[in-house]
Design a protein around this ligand. Structure first.
Ligand code: M6P
Ligand code: ZN
Length: 190
């Protein structure tokens, strides 16, 4: 391996060079938002909007990789655009998020049911401990762009969040956002 310099555009999340990239549109985000009807309607009437984009830089054989996630501003019902949320398949592996642009909330949950919130503002760096589920939410009216660094072996485990949801929801509020209990949350079977 050789040293590399990768240019990150902090307002668009663009990486140059990059080794991987994907986008998530609203139609692909099933069972994330409470208002499934509202989501269907936005998919049909608003041209299946882009919710977030991930770009990454990976070197085969390295124990670190990094990239950006850009969450576009938007809402489904009273919930802001957000990522699916996941645990890492490797329960011993942490992650770091450094926010570059926009305003967001990082919602975290441990396996034992502790729930924490870390604000995302330019300059704030969030440490995501091993075995905490994490979901990022754009609560502003501009793009939320953050840089993440992780071990490529960490992997994504989406199953639990997808079937049980997270314990708390971040919803729109005249003051910006509000955190409420998720009425649809159910405990994972042991
Ligand atoms: C962050 C990182 C990525 C993750 C992305 C989207 O940038 O944690 O590993 O893939 O967010 O989140 P999710 O995979 O939960 O949709
Ligand atoms: Zn992660």
């Amino acid at each position: 391996m050789l040293p590399q310099a990768i240019l990150i555009d902090g307002t668009t999340g663009h990486l140059a060079p990059f080794t991987g990239r994907y986008q998530k549109r609203l139609s692909e985000l099933e069972r994330i938002f409470q208002d499934e009807e509202g989501r269907d309607r936005d998919v049909r009437m608003r041209g299946d909007p882009l919710v977030y984009e991930v770009m990454e830089y990976r070197e085969e054989g390295s124990d670190l990789f990094f990239g950006t996630t850009t969450i576009f501003p938007g809402k489904v019902g009273n919930e802001f655009y957000m990522t699916r949320g996941h645990f890492h398949r490797r329960r011993d592996m942490a992650e770091v998020y450094y926010t570059h642009h926009g305003t967001g909330v990082l919602l975290l949950e441990s396996r034992t049911g502790q729930s924490e919130l870390v604000e995302m503002h330019p300059g704030l760096c969030a440490f995501i401990p091993p075995d905490w589920a994490h979901r990022s939410i754009n609560v502003g009216d501009d793009r939320l762009v953050f840089v993440w660094v992780c071990n490529p072996q960490a992997g994504h485990d989406y199953a639990e969040i997808s079937s049980c949801g997270m314990r708390r929801l971040v919803i729109d509020d005249p003051s910006g956002y509000r955190v409420v209990d998720n009425p649809s949350f159910r405990m994972a079977s042991p």
